[in-house]
Design a protein around this ligand. Sequence first.
Ligand code: SF4
Ligand code: SF4
Length: 68
Amino acid sequence: MMKKLSPRHAVIPAAECVACGTCVDVCPREAISIYRGSYAQIHEEICVGCGKCARECPASIIRVEARR
Ligand code: SF4
Ligand code: SF4
């Protein structure tokens, strides 16, 4: 059976990310990794949309949106 996904998930605009790693450190689900040292990437199927990363991002670029 497919695991039910959360209704919302985080979105990071890669071009605005400075790859500081704060979101990686604070995510309780380990749903974020830094891609090739250059930007943060959300693993959307793991993300539960809690918004912790968005609150902690020093650049304030993370949005939590409804899944499409
Ligand atoms: S919204 Fe929550 S679960 Fe999703 S990436 Fe951010 S901190 Fe992790
Ligand atoms: S906290 Fe913000 S700026 Fe830092 S790696 Fe995550 S998305 Fe990028």
